[in-house]
Design a protein around this ligand. Structure first.
Ligand code: KG4
Ligand code: ZN
Length: 340
């Protein structure tokens, strides 16, 4: 008999993701996104996201199983995101997961969305070293975590954003610059033609008296909005590429500077960068440069596993199953504002 097959379900925001993992290996995954439906509102609309999950759930489960060449009867456990995230969106995923687990007669495991982001990297690079530093940067989170053993030890939360998340900053500034939603990838593309030194955007919370592991991005967003407004008022065209490159530089600088300071302070030799913003080309390049200089190993999962997906939830489920963790009961609830 082979390793147990775990089907993971993610529905905390605008992606319906289903992944299948067995023995630490990704067999297949599929993702449907309702991003386009939110684009004209400039952000995720919870009600629309929840309906889209309802629509996508069965097709995405089927697609993932088909890609793996498996049927539901081959699945040994179901894992599902219980939080944090949008409550309506989480409820659709959880109801679907419960139904699948109950019908297939297999155990159900609740998974923390951020643990999923961390575990995504194991699917590409194997088990995480103990300890490792994890920088989670997405549309909803900017956190520095000290991780020992994802299943057995509580994650030590070193710092968080005090206001906006890094991805949120990209999304909001993109809007000001007239770039499409989601803003992160649009800023990344626009920045290619720009000068990262053109605008001296602030580096928030990097002073000697500031919390070394706390982040703040709302001031950066305001600075970018003011800069754009000054151009608009003087009737000039906004130099979008320069603004995008300079903003990206500021965000990448602050993120990598703090992550490496944490590695140094806690004597950690491995930095894992996960979440949607880990897809940013400047964040990746600067992380590589600074990790090499500090002799810290850098691990970044491939782009498709950086953004929300079901494979990362299956990866945690797989670790839980193999560690002999106790499954959830069928009255398992969502926890939209779950702490780590
Ligand atoms: O992890 P994710 O898919 O969803 C959660 O927020 O949990 O992250 C989405 C965020 C969005 O804010 C998006 O703009 C950002 O990741 N993002 C990027 C890039 N690709 C996605 N930000 C900067 N550069 C990118 N290339
Ligand atoms: Zn996420």
């Amino acid at each position: 008999m082979g390793a147990p097959v775990v089907l993971g379900i993610e529905s905390s925001c605008d992606e319906t993701g289903v992944g299948i993992v067995s023995g630490g290996r990704l067999l297949a995954h599929a993702v449907a996104s309702s991003m386009d439906e939110h684009a004209r509102f400039g952000g995720v609309v919870p009600e629309i996201a929840a309906r889209a999950h309802l629509h996508a759930f069965n097709p995405v489960v089927r697609e993932a199983l088909d890609r793996a060449g498996l049927r539901m009867r081959d699945v040994d456990a179901v894992a599902v995101t219980t939080g944090p995230g949008l409550s309506g969106a989480l409820q659709v995923g959880l109801a679907g997961a419960k139904t699948l687990a109950y019908a297939a007669g297999v155990p159900l495991y609740g998974v923390h969305h951020l643990a999923g982001h961390v575990a995504a990297d194991t699917l590409e690079h194997g088990p995480l070293p103990d300890p490792c530093m994890v920088l989670i940067v997405s549309g909803g989170h900017t956190s520095l975590l000290l991780v020992r053993d994802l299943v057995r030890d509580p994650i030590l939360h070193l710092g968080d954003t005090v206001d906006d998340a890094a991805g949120e900053c990209f999304d909001k500034v993109a809007r000001v610059l007239g770039l499409p939603y989601p803003g992160g990838p649009a800023i990344d593309r626009a920045a290619r033609a720009g000068n990262p030194c053109a605008v001296a955007f602030p580096r928030p919370l990097t002073g000697p008296r500031d919390d070394p592991y706390a982040f703040s991005f709302s001031g950066l967003k305001t600075a970018a909005a003011r800069w754009a407004e000054r151009h608009r008022q003087s009737g000039e065209e906004i130099p979008v590429a320069d603004g995008a490159a300079s903003l990206q530089e500021a965000v990448a600088d602050v993120l990598t500077r703090k992550a490496l300071a944490a590695c140094r302070a806690y004597e950690v030799r491995t930095l894992v960068v996960v979440g949607g913003v880990a897809a940013n080309s400047r964040v990746r390049a600067l992380a590589e440069e600074r990790c090499a200089a500090a002799r810290v190993e850098l691990r970044v999962p491939p782009l498709t596993l950086c953004t929300d997906n079901g494979a990362m939830i299956a990866a945690v489920g797989d670790l839980l199953v193999r560690a002999g963790a106790r499954p959830a009961q069928l009255d398992l609830s969502i926890d939209p504002s779950a702490p780590l």
